[in-house]
Ligand binder design. Sequence first.
Ligand code: CTP
Length: 416
Amino acid sequence: MQKAMRSVLDGSTYVLVGKIGVFADKQGIKACIVGGMVRDIFLKRKTVDIDVVVLGDGMKFARLLADELHGAYKGFEKFKTAKIFLKNGRIDISSARSETYEKPAALPNVVLSGINEDLFRRDFTINSMAVSINREDFGELFDPFGGVSDLKKKILKTMHDKSFIDDPTRILRAVRFETRLGFKMEKRTLKLIHETLKRNIFDNLSGERIREELFIMFGEPSPLKAMLRLDSLGVLKKLSHGIRIDATAIRMFKNISASRSMIAGYGADAALINLMALLGGITSGAAGTVAAKLKLSNEQNTAIKQAKELRMLSEKGLAKTGKSRSDTYFLFKDHATEALLYLMLMQKDRKQAARIRHFLDKLKHVKIEISGKDLKEMGIKEGPEYTRILSAVMKAKLDGKANTREEQLKLVKSYF
Ligand code: CTP
Protein backbone atom coordinates (compact mmCIF):
# COMPACT_ATOMS: atom_id res chain seq x y z
CA MET A 1 0.00 0.00 0.00
CA GLN A 2 2.85 2.35 0.87
CA LYS A 3 4.20 2.08 -2.67
CA ALA A 4 0.77 2.81 -4.19
CA MET A 5 0.37 5.79 -1.87
CA ARG A 6 3.72 7.19 -2.92
CA SER A 7 2.99 6.82 -6.60
CA VAL A 8 -0.60 8.15 -6.62
CA LEU A 9 -0.46 10.96 -4.05
CA ASP A 10 1.39 14.06 -5.04
CA GLY A 11 4.59 14.70 -3.13
CA SER A 12 3.24 17.29 -0.71
CA THR A 13 0.10 15.27 0.09
CA TYR A 14 2.19 12.17 0.76
CA VAL A 15 4.48 14.12 3.08
CA LEU A 16 1.49 15.64 4.87
CA VAL A 17 -0.09 12.20 5.42
CA GLY A 18 3.23 11.01 6.89
CA LYS A 19 3.39 14.09 9.16
CA ILE A 20 -0.12 13.39 10.48
CA GLY A 21 0.96 9.81 11.24
CA VAL A 22 4.09 10.94 13.10
CA PHE A 23 2.00 13.44 15.06
CA ALA A 24 -0.48 10.67 15.93
CA ASP A 25 2.43 8.57 17.23
CA LYS A 26 3.49 11.46 19.45
CA GLN A 27 -0.03 11.66 20.83
CA GLY A 28 -0.13 7.91 21.31
CA ILE A 29 -3.15 7.65 19.07
CA LYS A 30 -4.04 5.28 16.22
CA ALA A 31 -4.71 7.12 12.95
CA CYS A 32 -5.76 5.96 9.50
CA ILE A 33 -6.62 7.62 6.23
CA VAL A 34 -10.04 6.53 5.17
CA GLY A 35 -12.80 6.85 2.58
CA GLY A 36 -12.31 8.54 -0.77
CA MET A 37 -8.53 8.84 -0.52
CA VAL A 38 -8.05 5.10 -0.01
CA ARG A 39 -10.50 4.32 -2.83
CA ASP A 40 -8.74 6.72 -5.19
CA ILE A 41 -5.28 5.36 -4.36
CA PHE A 42 -6.48 1.95 -5.54
CA LEU A 43 -8.02 3.49 -8.64
CA LYS A 44 -4.83 5.47 -9.30
CA ARG A 45 -6.87 8.68 -9.35
CA LYS A 46 -5.33 11.93 -8.18
CA THR A 47 -6.65 12.79 -4.75
CA VAL A 48 -5.87 15.58 -2.30
CA ASP A 49 -8.70 15.53 0.25
CA ILE A 50 -7.37 13.85 3.37
CA ASP A 51 -9.91 12.02 5.53
CA VAL A 52 -8.45 10.77 8.77
CA VAL A 53 -10.08 8.60 11.39
CA VAL A 54 -8.48 8.38 14.81
CA LEU A 55 -9.20 5.95 17.56
CA GLY A 56 -10.10 8.26 20.40
CA ASP A 57 -10.91 11.93 20.72
CA GLY A 58 -10.66 13.14 17.13
CA MET A 59 -11.61 16.68 18.02
CA LYS A 60 -8.82 17.10 20.54
CA PHE A 61 -6.40 15.49 18.10
CA ALA A 62 -7.57 17.85 15.35
CA ARG A 63 -7.11 20.92 17.57
CA LEU A 64 -3.54 19.94 18.37
CA LEU A 65 -2.78 18.98 14.78
CA ALA A 66 -4.18 22.28 13.53
CA ASP A 67 -1.71 24.09 15.83
CA GLU A 68 1.13 21.89 14.67
CA LEU A 69 0.36 22.54 10.98
CA HIS A 70 -0.59 26.22 11.47
CA GLY A 71 -4.04 25.52 10.08
CA ALA A 72 -7.50 26.74 11.04
CA TYR A 73 -9.60 24.39 13.18
CA LYS A 74 -13.37 23.94 12.94
CA GLY A 75 -15.10 21.32 15.07
CA PHE A 76 -18.55 19.74 14.77
CA GLU A 77 -19.29 18.55 18.30
CA LYS A 78 -22.52 16.73 17.38
CA PHE A 79 -20.76 14.48 14.90
CA LYS A 80 -17.42 14.30 16.72
CA THR A 81 -15.70 15.46 13.57
CA ALA A 82 -13.41 18.36 12.77
CA LYS A 83 -11.87 20.06 9.78
CA ILE A 84 -8.47 21.63 9.49
CA PHE A 85 -8.10 24.24 6.79
CA LEU A 86 -4.58 24.59 5.45
CA LYS A 87 -3.21 27.03 2.91
CA ASN A 88 -3.50 24.47 0.15
CA GLY A 89 -5.95 21.86 1.29
CA ARG A 90 -8.20 20.43 3.95
CA ILE A 91 -8.03 17.59 6.43
CA ASP A 92 -11.24 16.00 7.74
CA ILE A 93 -10.90 14.18 11.02
CA SER A 94 -13.42 11.83 12.62
CA SER A 95 -13.36 9.89 15.85
CA ALA A 96 -13.74 6.15 16.15
CA ARG A 97 -14.60 4.50 19.45
CA SER A 98 -11.45 3.62 21.38
CA GLU A 99 -12.51 2.64 24.93
CA THR A 100 -9.60 0.71 26.40
CA TYR A 101 -7.18 1.62 23.66
CA GLU A 102 -3.82 2.68 25.06
CA LYS A 103 -0.95 2.67 22.57
CA PRO A 104 -0.88 2.56 18.77
CA ALA A 105 -1.26 -1.01 17.61
CA ALA A 106 -0.86 -2.30 21.16
CA LEU A 107 -4.31 -3.81 21.21
CA PRO A 108 -5.00 -4.89 17.66
CA ASN A 109 -8.48 -6.25 18.42
CA VAL A 110 -9.65 -3.01 19.89
CA VAL A 111 -8.12 -1.17 16.97
CA LEU A 112 -9.92 -3.45 14.59
CA SER A 113 -13.30 -3.20 16.24
CA GLY A 114 -13.02 0.59 16.54
CA ILE A 115 -12.02 1.01 12.91
CA ASN A 116 -14.56 -1.56 11.72
CA GLU A 117 -17.32 0.25 13.51
CA ASP A 118 -16.34 3.52 11.89
CA LEU A 119 -16.13 1.90 8.46
CA PHE A 120 -19.49 0.19 8.88
CA ARG A 121 -21.24 3.54 9.28
CA ARG A 122 -20.04 4.67 5.88
CA ASP A 123 -21.85 4.65 2.53
CA PHE A 124 -20.35 2.06 0.15
CA THR A 125 -17.85 -0.76 0.52
CA ILE A 126 -15.43 1.00 -1.81
CA ASN A 127 -15.45 3.99 0.57
CA SER A 128 -15.17 1.84 3.67
CA MET A 129 -11.50 1.00 3.76
CA ALA A 130 -8.81 2.49 5.96
CA VAL A 131 -5.03 2.56 5.79
CA SER A 132 -2.90 3.02 8.87
CA ILE A 133 -0.57 6.01 8.89
CA ASN A 134 1.18 5.36 12.23
CA ARG A 135 4.86 4.74 11.63
CA GLU A 136 4.79 1.23 13.02
CA ASP A 137 2.31 -0.16 10.49
CA PHE A 138 2.24 2.64 7.89
CA GLY A 139 0.37 1.45 4.83
CA GLU A 140 -1.48 -1.44 6.44
CA LEU A 141 -4.91 -1.83 4.87
CA PHE A 142 -8.15 -2.40 6.80
CA ASP A 143 -10.71 -3.79 4.38
CA PRO A 144 -13.26 -5.71 6.43
CA PHE A 145 -16.14 -5.34 3.95
CA GLY A 146 -14.53 -6.35 0.69
CA GLY A 147 -13.91 -2.89 -0.73
CA VAL A 148 -10.92 -3.94 -2.84
CA SER A 149 -12.83 -6.84 -4.33
CA ASP A 150 -15.77 -4.53 -5.24
CA LEU A 151 -13.36 -2.01 -6.74
CA LYS A 152 -12.04 -4.78 -8.97
CA LYS A 153 -15.54 -5.88 -9.91
CA LYS A 154 -16.51 -2.25 -10.46
CA ILE A 155 -19.59 -2.53 -8.29
CA LEU A 156 -21.12 -0.14 -5.86
CA LYS A 157 -22.44 -1.88 -2.80
CA THR A 158 -24.06 -0.19 0.15
CA MET A 159 -22.81 -1.06 3.61
CA HIS A 160 -26.15 -1.90 5.25
CA ASP A 161 -29.89 -1.88 4.61
CA LYS A 162 -30.59 1.40 6.41
CA SER A 163 -27.82 3.34 4.73
CA PHE A 164 -30.04 5.34 2.35
CA ILE A 165 -32.67 5.97 5.00
CA ASP A 166 -29.97 7.21 7.37
CA ASP A 167 -28.76 9.56 4.70
CA PRO A 168 -30.67 9.88 1.40
CA THR A 169 -27.96 12.10 -0.13
CA ARG A 170 -26.17 8.78 -0.54
CA ILE A 171 -28.55 8.09 -3.41
CA LEU A 172 -27.04 11.07 -5.20
CA ARG A 173 -23.57 9.90 -4.20
CA ALA A 174 -24.31 6.45 -5.63
CA VAL A 175 -25.17 8.00 -8.98
CA ARG A 176 -22.10 10.22 -8.78
CA PHE A 177 -19.74 7.28 -8.23
CA GLU A 178 -21.49 5.20 -10.90
CA THR A 179 -21.04 7.86 -13.52
CA ARG A 180 -17.64 9.08 -12.38
CA LEU A 181 -16.02 5.68 -12.04
CA GLY A 182 -18.06 3.72 -14.59
CA PHE A 183 -19.24 1.38 -11.81
CA LYS A 184 -22.62 -0.39 -11.51
CA MET A 185 -24.85 -0.54 -8.49
CA GLU A 186 -25.25 -4.01 -7.13
CA LYS A 187 -28.81 -5.43 -7.18
CA ARG A 188 -29.55 -5.13 -3.48
CA THR A 189 -28.24 -1.58 -3.40
CA LEU A 190 -30.50 -0.62 -6.29
CA LYS A 191 -33.47 -2.30 -4.58
CA LEU A 192 -32.76 -0.36 -1.38
CA ILE A 193 -32.64 2.87 -3.36
CA HIS A 194 -36.02 2.11 -4.93
CA GLU A 195 -37.48 1.31 -1.53
CA THR A 196 -36.08 4.49 -0.03
CA LEU A 197 -37.49 6.54 -2.90
CA LYS A 198 -41.00 5.39 -2.02
CA ARG A 199 -40.69 7.62 1.04
CA ASN A 200 -40.60 11.40 1.04
CA ILE A 201 -36.87 11.29 1.44
CA PHE A 202 -36.04 14.87 0.62
CA ASP A 203 -38.51 16.30 3.12
CA ASN A 204 -36.23 15.72 6.09
CA LEU A 205 -33.00 16.52 4.31
CA SER A 206 -31.34 19.88 4.51
CA GLY A 207 -31.51 21.75 1.22
CA GLU A 208 -27.85 22.66 1.53
CA ARG A 209 -26.81 19.03 1.44
CA ILE A 210 -28.91 18.26 -1.64
CA ARG A 211 -27.53 21.38 -3.31
CA GLU A 212 -23.97 20.46 -2.42
CA GLU A 213 -24.39 16.99 -3.90
CA LEU A 214 -26.10 18.31 -7.04
CA PHE A 215 -23.42 20.93 -7.55
CA ILE A 216 -20.64 18.35 -7.15
CA MET A 217 -22.35 16.30 -9.87
CA PHE A 218 -22.60 19.36 -12.08
CA GLY A 219 -18.85 19.77 -11.66
CA GLU A 220 -18.09 16.23 -12.89
CA PRO A 221 -17.13 15.61 -16.52
CA SER A 222 -20.56 14.30 -17.51
CA PRO A 223 -23.46 15.84 -15.59
CA LEU A 224 -25.79 14.63 -18.37
CA LYS A 225 -25.14 10.96 -17.60
CA ALA A 226 -25.77 11.54 -13.91
CA MET A 227 -28.96 13.52 -14.60
CA LEU A 228 -30.31 10.80 -16.93
CA ARG A 229 -29.64 8.22 -14.25
CA LEU A 230 -31.29 10.32 -11.53
CA ASP A 231 -34.26 10.80 -13.84
CA SER A 232 -34.62 7.09 -14.57
CA LEU A 233 -34.37 6.24 -10.87
CA GLY A 234 -37.17 8.72 -10.14
CA VAL A 235 -35.01 10.99 -7.97
CA LEU A 236 -35.53 14.19 -9.94
CA LYS A 237 -39.28 14.15 -9.64
CA LYS A 238 -38.80 14.05 -5.88
CA LEU A 239 -37.21 17.48 -6.20
CA SER A 240 -40.08 18.78 -8.31
CA HIS A 241 -42.72 16.84 -10.18
CA GLY A 242 -42.22 18.34 -13.59
CA ILE A 243 -38.43 17.91 -13.85
CA ARG A 244 -37.57 15.75 -16.85
CA ILE A 245 -34.39 15.34 -18.80
CA ASP A 246 -36.02 16.11 -22.15
CA ALA A 247 -34.39 16.81 -25.51
CA THR A 248 -33.76 20.48 -24.67
CA ALA A 249 -32.17 19.62 -21.32
CA ILE A 250 -29.96 17.00 -23.00
CA ARG A 251 -28.83 19.51 -25.62
CA MET A 252 -28.15 22.07 -22.89
CA PHE A 253 -26.13 19.73 -20.66
CA LYS A 254 -24.04 18.76 -23.68
CA ASN A 255 -23.50 22.38 -24.68
CA ILE A 256 -22.54 23.37 -21.15
CA SER A 257 -20.02 20.51 -20.88
CA ALA A 258 -18.50 21.43 -24.24
CA SER A 259 -18.21 25.08 -23.19
CA ARG A 260 -16.60 24.64 -19.78
CA SER A 261 -13.47 26.60 -20.56
CA MET A 262 -15.45 29.45 -22.12
CA ILE A 263 -17.72 29.58 -19.03
CA ALA A 264 -14.68 29.62 -16.74
CA GLY A 265 -13.19 32.37 -18.90
CA TYR A 266 -16.15 34.58 -18.01
CA GLY A 267 -15.66 33.74 -14.32
CA ALA A 268 -19.14 32.19 -14.33
CA ASP A 269 -20.41 29.28 -12.29
CA ALA A 270 -20.99 26.27 -14.60
CA ALA A 271 -22.87 24.43 -11.84
CA LEU A 272 -25.47 27.19 -11.72
CA ILE A 273 -25.92 27.05 -15.50
CA ASN A 274 -26.40 23.29 -15.24
CA LEU A 275 -29.07 23.90 -12.61
CA MET A 276 -30.77 26.32 -15.02
CA ALA A 277 -30.77 23.53 -17.61
CA LEU A 278 -32.22 21.10 -15.07
CA LEU A 279 -35.03 23.50 -14.17
CA GLY A 280 -35.51 24.69 -17.76
CA GLY A 281 -38.67 22.68 -18.42
CA ILE A 282 -40.65 23.52 -15.29
CA THR A 283 -42.70 26.63 -14.55
CA SER A 284 -41.11 29.68 -12.91
CA GLY A 285 -43.15 29.02 -9.78
CA ALA A 286 -41.94 25.40 -9.54
CA ALA A 287 -38.36 26.50 -10.20
CA GLY A 288 -38.72 29.06 -7.40
CA THR A 289 -39.87 26.30 -5.04
CA VAL A 290 -36.86 24.15 -5.94
CA ALA A 291 -34.53 27.13 -5.54
CA ALA A 292 -35.96 27.77 -2.07
CA LYS A 293 -35.66 24.09 -1.17
CA LEU A 294 -32.01 24.08 -2.24
CA LYS A 295 -31.40 27.23 -0.18
CA LEU A 296 -29.81 29.07 -3.07
CA SER A 297 -28.31 32.47 -2.37
CA ASN A 298 -30.25 35.57 -3.44
CA GLU A 299 -27.90 36.04 -6.41
CA GLN A 300 -28.34 32.45 -7.54
CA ASN A 301 -32.08 32.74 -7.13
CA THR A 302 -32.21 35.92 -9.19
CA ALA A 303 -30.04 34.34 -11.88
CA ILE A 304 -32.41 31.36 -12.13
CA LYS A 305 -35.40 33.70 -12.49
CA GLN A 306 -33.58 35.69 -15.16
CA ALA A 307 -32.74 32.51 -17.05
CA LYS A 308 -36.43 31.62 -17.05
CA GLU A 309 -37.41 35.07 -18.35
CA LEU A 310 -34.71 35.01 -21.01
CA ARG A 311 -35.80 31.55 -22.12
CA MET A 312 -39.37 32.82 -22.58
CA LEU A 313 -38.08 35.80 -24.51
CA SER A 314 -36.00 33.48 -26.64
CA GLU A 315 -39.00 31.26 -27.38
CA LYS A 316 -40.89 34.32 -28.62
CA GLY A 317 -37.90 35.20 -30.84
CA LEU A 318 -34.83 37.00 -29.60
CA ALA A 319 -34.38 38.68 -32.98
CA LYS A 320 -37.54 40.70 -32.27
CA THR A 321 -35.82 42.50 -29.42
CA GLY A 322 -33.89 44.77 -31.76
CA LYS A 323 -30.66 44.96 -33.67
CA SER A 324 -28.78 48.01 -32.52
CA ARG A 325 -25.90 47.88 -30.05
CA SER A 326 -27.93 49.88 -27.57
CA ASP A 327 -30.93 47.51 -27.90
CA THR A 328 -28.64 44.64 -26.96
CA TYR A 329 -26.99 46.56 -24.15
CA PHE A 330 -30.21 47.61 -22.44
CA LEU A 331 -31.79 44.19 -22.91
CA PHE A 332 -28.96 42.35 -21.18
CA LYS A 333 -27.26 44.83 -18.90
CA ASP A 334 -28.97 43.82 -15.65
CA HIS A 335 -28.62 40.08 -16.13
CA ALA A 336 -26.28 37.65 -14.39
CA THR A 337 -23.51 36.30 -16.63
CA GLU A 338 -24.75 32.75 -15.94
CA ALA A 339 -28.26 33.62 -17.18
CA LEU A 340 -26.79 35.13 -20.34
CA LEU A 341 -24.53 32.14 -20.94
CA TYR A 342 -27.56 29.89 -20.48
CA LEU A 343 -29.39 31.95 -23.09
CA MET A 344 -26.39 31.84 -25.40
CA LEU A 345 -25.96 28.08 -25.14
CA MET A 346 -29.67 27.70 -25.78
CA GLN A 347 -29.54 29.54 -29.13
CA LYS A 348 -29.91 27.62 -32.35
CA ASP A 349 -29.78 30.95 -34.16
CA ARG A 350 -26.06 31.68 -34.49
CA LYS A 351 -26.59 35.38 -35.00
CA GLN A 352 -28.33 35.67 -31.66
CA ALA A 353 -25.64 33.61 -29.91
CA ALA A 354 -23.02 35.96 -31.39
CA ARG A 355 -25.07 38.92 -30.21
CA ILE A 356 -24.99 37.68 -26.60
CA ARG A 357 -21.27 37.01 -26.85
CA HIS A 358 -20.72 40.50 -28.22
CA PHE A 359 -22.52 41.89 -25.20
CA LEU A 360 -20.43 39.86 -22.74
CA ASP A 361 -17.13 40.59 -24.48
CA LYS A 362 -17.59 44.20 -25.48
CA LEU A 363 -20.80 46.08 -24.76
CA LYS A 364 -20.93 45.17 -21.09
CA HIS A 365 -17.63 46.99 -20.57
CA VAL A 366 -18.49 50.19 -22.42
CA LYS A 367 -18.27 53.33 -20.27
CA ILE A 368 -19.34 56.84 -21.11
CA GLU A 369 -16.99 59.81 -20.74
CA ILE A 370 -19.21 61.87 -18.47
CA SER A 371 -20.69 61.27 -15.03
CA GLY A 372 -23.13 62.66 -12.50
CA LYS A 373 -20.44 65.12 -11.45
CA ASP A 374 -20.64 66.78 -14.88
CA LEU A 375 -24.42 66.99 -14.65
CA LYS A 376 -24.10 68.66 -11.25
CA GLU A 377 -21.62 71.19 -12.61
CA MET A 378 -24.09 71.94 -15.38
CA GLY A 379 -26.60 72.86 -12.68
CA ILE A 380 -28.94 69.92 -13.19
CA LYS A 381 -30.80 69.05 -10.02
CA GLU A 382 -29.74 65.69 -8.56
CA GLY A 383 -32.34 62.94 -8.73
CA PRO A 384 -33.68 60.04 -10.82
CA GLU A 385 -33.35 62.26 -13.87
CA TYR A 386 -29.57 61.61 -13.75
CA THR A 387 -30.09 57.93 -14.56
CA ARG A 388 -32.34 58.82 -17.49
CA ILE A 389 -29.85 61.34 -18.89
CA LEU A 390 -26.79 59.12 -18.46
CA SER A 391 -28.68 56.20 -20.06
CA ALA A 392 -29.53 58.39 -23.02
CA VAL A 393 -25.84 59.30 -23.34
CA MET A 394 -24.89 55.64 -23.13
CA LYS A 395 -27.41 54.82 -25.86
CA ALA A 396 -25.99 57.56 -28.06
CA LYS A 397 -22.44 56.35 -27.48
CA LEU A 398 -23.30 52.71 -28.20
CA ASP A 399 -25.02 53.70 -31.43
CA GLY A 400 -22.06 55.82 -32.49
CA LYS A 401 -23.77 59.18 -32.06
CA ALA A 402 -21.74 60.64 -29.17
CA ASN A 403 -18.30 59.16 -28.89
CA THR A 404 -16.30 61.91 -27.25
CA ARG A 405 -16.76 63.75 -23.99
CA GLU A 406 -17.55 66.97 -25.88
CA GLU A 407 -20.25 65.27 -27.94
CA GLN A 408 -21.75 63.76 -24.83
CA LEU A 409 -21.81 67.09 -22.96
CA LYS A 410 -23.38 68.70 -26.01
CA LEU A 411 -26.05 66.01 -26.04
CA VAL A 412 -26.90 66.68 -22.39
CA LYS A 413 -27.14 70.42 -23.06
CA SER A 414 -29.52 69.75 -25.93
CA TYR A 415 -31.99 68.28 -23.43
CA PHE A 416 -32.32 71.56 -21.60
N1 CTP B 1 -19.36 9.36 3.64
C1 CTP B 1 -20.47 8.60 3.95
N2 CTP B 1 -21.73 9.09 3.70
C2 CTP B 1 -21.90 10.31 3.15
C3 CTP B 1 -20.77 11.10 2.83
C4 CTP B 1 -19.50 10.59 3.09
O1 CTP B 1 -20.35 7.48 4.43
N3 CTP B 1 -23.12 10.78 2.91
C5 CTP B 1 -18.01 8.82 3.95
C6 CTP B 1 -17.44 7.93 2.87
O2 CTP B 1 -16.64 6.96 3.49
C7 CTP B 1 -16.60 8.88 2.05
C8 CTP B 1 -16.02 9.79 3.14
O3 CTP B 1 -17.08 9.90 4.09
O4 CTP B 1 -15.60 8.22 1.33
C9 CTP B 1 -15.60 11.14 2.65
O5 CTP B 1 -16.68 11.81 2.09
P1 CTP B 1 -16.52 12.86 0.92
O6 CTP B 1 -15.26 13.61 1.08
O7 CTP B 1 -17.81 13.61 0.82
O8 CTP B 1 -16.52 11.96 -0.38
P2 CTP B 1 -15.41 11.11 -1.09
O9 CTP B 1 -15.81 9.68 -0.98
O10 CTP B 1 -14.06 11.50 -0.63
O11 CTP B 1 -15.65 11.50 -2.60
P3 CTP B 1 -15.03 12.68 -3.45
O12 CTP B 1 -13.88 12.05 -4.15
O13 CTP B 1 -16.13 13.05 -4.40
O14 CTP B 1 -14.67 13.79 -2.52
